[in-house]
Design a protein around this ligand. Structure first.
Ligand SMILES: *Cc1c(COP(=O)(O)O)cnc(C)c1O
Length: 225
């Protein structure tokens, strides 16, 4: 069995290869280790191999692990669906939130983020696959949504996150990311520097289309049961 440390090394090497292939600066893509459903012992193995950014999707599970791992210097990202009654804890137990797609949620995160903490770094989840999926702001509504979120205090809007429909064809995988990246480039908002694009199965396509964070679970920690 391959160790988490070996898998981490392999993923980092895949990221460097994709950066090179896309003529992007080495190190311009950061790895976000998606540890949902996996035990703290797995997270520690990744940490000991040098990983610092971890992402969780389920609040209660995340809070338990954060407590178990309180002595480690980790940066926590929230990437799951957000219910209004969870915003206070999400606002104060994470450095980043990638999955904001309703203004009401963004406002609550801003209001509830403790003033002693640095502003909460935030990505807007965008629905770019034009499917009936409920999650994500539609492209038509994105410019206005960005303006509304930009003015909230205690929040630092950094970019966008997308989870396109699963397809296996590489060119097909690139299209939605390309579309969103072009849209954001056209907006020309100087504060936007983050593209949370790509998971285990479409890592390369996402990096070629401008990802700055790739969110990898399965390739690092194994399949989730
Ligand atoms: C679970 C999850 C991932 C990781 O997916 P893998 O296919 O296991 O790499 C990435 N992003 C989000 C939003 C997730 O929920």
């Amino acid at each position: 069995m391959t160790s988490i440390a070996d898998k981490l090394k392999q993923i980092k090497s895949d990221i460097r290869d994709a950066e090179y292939c896309a003529q992007r600066r080495s190190g311009s893509v950061q790895l976000l280790a998606v540890s949902k459903t996996k035990p703290s012992t797995d997270i520690i193995q990744a940490y000991q191999a040098g990983q610092r950014h971890f992402a969780e999707s389920y609040l209660q599970e995340a809070l338990i692990k954060q407590q178990e791992l309180a002595s480690y210097q980790m940066t926590w990202h929230f990437i799951g669906p957000i219910q209004s009654n969870k915003t206070r804890q999400i606002a104060n137990h994470f450095s980043w939130v990638h999955s904001v797609d309703r203004l009401k949620i963004a406002k609550r995160l801003s209001e509830q983020r403790c003033k002693d903490l640095p502003p909460l770094k935030l990505c807007i989840q965008v629905n770019i696959s034009a499917e009936e999926s409920k999650s994500g702001v539609r492209l038509e509504a994105l410019a206005e949504f960005i303006e509304q979120v930009s003015i909230l205090p205690n929040i630092c809007l950094r970019g966008v996150m997308a989870i396109p429909q699963q397809v296996s064809d590489y060119e097909q995988q690139r299209l939605p990311y390309q579309q969103l990246h072009q849209y954001m480039t056209a907006l020309d908002n100087a504060k936007i520097d983050t593209f949370s694009f790509g998971m285990t199965r479409d890592l390369k396509a996402a990096i070629v289309e401008g990802a700055t964070f790739v969110r990898v679970g399965t390739a690092l920690f194994g399949v989730r049961t």
